[in-house]
Write a protein that binds this ligand. Structure first.
Ligand code: PHB
Length: 387
């Protein structure tokens, strides 16, 4: 054979491999980019862009392709868009999910298509039970709720009123705080639930004031903390002598800077603070500020950044095999450093194992931050603990 034929033969032999390698790794990113939860979609999208910018857009020979879809926070949209992403676009994985109902609506689609669904923000504990393909990159509410309750018991708080958004994660936040607090000798004077859509906290805050507990404990999802804080200040709650404790969702770094000095001293339990002192977090916060047009990185961005890293690592582990079931197996047991600290994926429950911090709102260089005071490493979902 002359050299030219030899070359042609070699090129032909290499073709199937090249065609395989050229197949992109397609991630369907389902998030609310419009509607009342658009700040969640914006943060997820920016964090995903940042991860790809910092780590490259090729994994195990595959180019990463993000297919962004706006569900506007409506579960029927999420399900329809997820189905289209499978049938038309042949995605290899789903990610995103700004609210529990959106993650749940997609579960049967992930099960049928046999592709991983990375739940980044939705945080009701039961979500992972809806499909063996669901994995969590963020948090579940029983994690911060139990730690917040322990903190309250240790700090002389004897009576509380809980205020939560009236849906899945709110019920988790309420149950796991109130049960723990009661078991430790505390009294729950009232457990209030506020509608998720267009919340008016004023009448609920008035009831808290009238009940005069030692503390108010609160959960609202990302995007709602700003409204809650505003009405808290308007009602003069900061001068009522009632302590304010919450899950980290309430003092979201995404808008903590605008909440006002009345938030000083608020104690929260949560997995992520922009003030977390690590080199990785500094590069994350700096990179996020640049890519987002000046926003401070909050927990939503951190959870999305981790979720994309999970998919990158899973695809590396399968050595480029994009089969959904192989990816799901590879996701189990992953462990790596996140901007929040060390995290891992529980291989039995597919649930995030995360650090949870007790933080206090303080001024750092003239701006409000969640300053970490106590660390609880490798917290599993207490709702999935074996008896
Ligand atoms: C949820 O809908 O499960 C959810 C959303 C945002 C949060 C927490 C929970 O910050």
């Amino acid at each position: 054979m002359n050299r030219r034929i030899l070359f042609a033969a070699a090129a032909l032999a290499a073709l199937p491999l090249a065609a395989h390698a050229a197949e992109p790794f397609r991630i369907g990113l389902l998030v609310p980019m419009t509607g009342p939860f658009q700040s969640t979609g914006r943060a997820i999208n920016d964090a995903v862009k940042l991860y790809i910018k910092q780590h490259g857009d090729t994994v195990a020979g595959h180019k990463v392709e993000i297919l962004l879809r706006d569900d506007a926070g409506v579960p029927d949209n999420t399900k329809r868009l997820a189905t289209e992403l499978v049938v038309r676009d042949h995605v290899n994985a789903f990610a995103g999910f700004g609210l529990t109902p959106l993650a749940l609506a997609t579960a049967p689609v992930a099960t049928q298509a046999k592709i991983p669904e990375i739940v980044m923000v939705a945080a009701t504990s039961s979500i992972v039970n809806a499909s063996p393909y669901i994995f969590r990159s963020g948090q579940v509410l029983p994690q911060p709720a139990t730690i917040a309750a322990d903190w309250a018991l240790k700090h002389g708080i004897k009576k509380i009123v809980s205020v939560v958004s009236d849906y899945g994660p709110g019920y988790d936040a309420e149950k796991w705080f109130n049960d723990r607090f009661t078991a430790g000798g505390g009294t729950v004077v009232a457990a209030l639930r506020v509608p998720l859509a267009n919340p008016d906290f004023a009448p609920f805050l008035q009831r808290v004031k009238d009940a005069a507990p030692d503390a108010m404990y609160a959960f609202v999802p990302a995007g709602v903390g700003g409204i809650f804080a505003k009405q808290f200040v308007e009602r003069g709650m900061d001068k009522s002598g009632i302590r304010f404790i919450a899950t980290g969702d309430v003092t979201d770094d995404d808008n903590l800077g605008d909440m006002g000095d009345a938030m000083l001293g608020v104690v929260t339990a949560g997995p992520y603070s922009a003030a977390h002192p690590s080199a990785l977090n500094k590069s994350f916060v700096d990179g996020y500020r640049e890519i987002s047009g000046g926003h401070r990185a909050g927990f939503v961005a951190a959870f999305a950044y981790d979720g994309i890293e999970m998919l990158y690592r899973a695809l590396e582990k399968t050595k480029g095999n994009m089969d959904g079931t192989a990816l799901a197996e590879a996701l189990k047991g992953l462990s790596f450093e996140s901007p929040r600290g060390q995290i891992s994926i529980d291989p039995e429950t597919r649930e995030i194992i995360t650090p949870i911090y007790i933080r206090e709102v303080k001024k750092v260089d003239g701006a409000l931050y969640n300053v970490e005071a106590e660390t609880f490493a490798a917290v599993k979902d207490p709702a999935k603990a074996k008896p």
